[in-house]
Design a protein around this ligand. Structure first.
Ligand SMILES: [Zn+2]
Length: 197
């Protein structure tokens, strides 16, 4: 049976979700921050793939180390995300002193998703929605009874649209779309709220 767990990362309390199943020796992640915490949590299992909710530094800063550790790991994002993985300005690591500049050019590892795609992970079907606004690379994944929204929708919070490629109108449309989904799915956001923030 699919188990969903998460860790709260040191940078901006972003979350890395861990999808696992006792029948499999590998796990899947949603976003990748503190790899040390992930490795501690997964024990002897390996990481087979990472589904990126969007390509901003606080959600991807562990990827480089993860690829070193698991060279066959597959990283899923959309076309805008592929560009952002390579560019410290697009992935905003350039503007954050908390992470060094991040540039990941790993064509063998990166897989491109688009609206309406289906994947199967640990024998669980996954549905992909493009939910841009916060960033062009924003994807929402429907997995079992959950919607993993990254920063496209954080319940009780406002979608941050202050980045150069943010788009307020798209963000509002994406939020509306996700709210419609939320009657059917449990929202799994991209950050842990700390001290009410
Ligand atoms: Zn973000």
């Amino acid at each position: 049976m699919l188990t969903v767990d998460y860790i709260t990362n040191r940078v901006f309390n972003s979350r890395t979700y861990i999808l696992s199943d006792e029948k499999y020796d590998s796990v899947w992640l949603l976003d990748c921050g503190d790899t040390d915490k992930v490795l501690e949590r997964i024990g002897k299992k390996s990481v087979e793939g990472v589904l990126l909710t969007h390509v901003h530094s606080d959600h991807i800063y562990g990827l480089e180390e993860l690829i070193k550790r698991f060279p066959a790991v597959r990283i899923y994002t959309n076309a805008a995300g592929v560009d952002a993985l390579k560019s410290p300005k697009l992935n905003i690591s350039h503007y954050h002193s908390v992470c060094p500049d991040i540039s990941i050019d790993a064509p063998d590892n990166v897989c491109v998703l688009k609206e309406g795609d289906y994947l199967e992970v640990l024998r669980t079907p996954i549905q992909v929605y493009e939910t841009p606004g916060h960033a062009p690379s924003c994807l929402t994944y429907i997995i079992a009874k959950m919607a993993f929204t990254g920063d496209s929708y954080i319940p009780g919070g406002k979608v941050f649209c202050g980045f150069p490629l943010s788009n307020h109108k798209q963000a509002a449309e994406s939020v509306e779309r996700i709210i419609r989904l939320s009657s059917e799915y449990i929202i799994m956001p991209g950050h842990t709220k700390v001290n009410g923030l």
